[in-house]
Design a protein around this ligand. Sequence first.
Ligand code: C5P
Length: 228
Amino acid sequence: MSRGMTGGKTGGVTGGMVIAVDGPAAAGKGTLARRLAAALDFAHLDSGMLYRAVAAKLLQAGADPADPSAAAGIAESLVAADLGRDDLRHEAVSQAASQVAVIPAVRTALLAFQRDFAEHPPGGKKGAVLDGRDIGTVVCPDAAVKFFVTAEVGVRAARRHKELIESGEESIYARVLHDLQDRDARDSAREISPLRAAQDAVRLDSSKLGPEAVFEAAMDLIASKSAS
Ligand code: C5P
């Protein structure tokens, strides 16, 4: 996938400040990343949407999400409009996204887009917040500030279950918990770019802190980094 520019080394040197937010599913990293981007007037990329878009297109084509050549072909030809599909949050797509995410050629195809976004934030913004699994470790290893947002799996499952119910979808807590555990296992065990906190990432536990306190702690850290 291309934004019409080449990707390169990244960390915020050429494009302003880059903030990396990683963590497992439903830990609150998306909420934190969106709030940081709004508060700082930075561009925001939810990198999970790239993997979800590849998965949704594969499912739509009736292909197997574990088929490396089909998945790589779709990742290489992904266009921005694919990120606007309305089925990207469906549970089948979530599972398939974590299957395509283990395929090295898919990760390579999506890497340049993410780095380019970080280096050249759209809309002339002076920085970028990227959230995902490997932003601080692989995509933007030189990011100025890195967060790793976690929460106990039962708390994450309860949160996701509530979101689904509130959005009018059917949901069974035990199933949501099982699906999250499956995805965590696949995301953590894969050989390439596994879910892992970067050594220099600051850990924030959203089950202990709550979203407001997570945001405040993150903003304090960014302010201290910007001042130094
Ligand atoms: O973050 P989200 O839950 O939307 O991501 C969907 C899936 O995409 C994850 O379970 C993971 O397998 C994959 N992903 C990834 N690397 C990223 C972002 C997402 O492997 N940077």
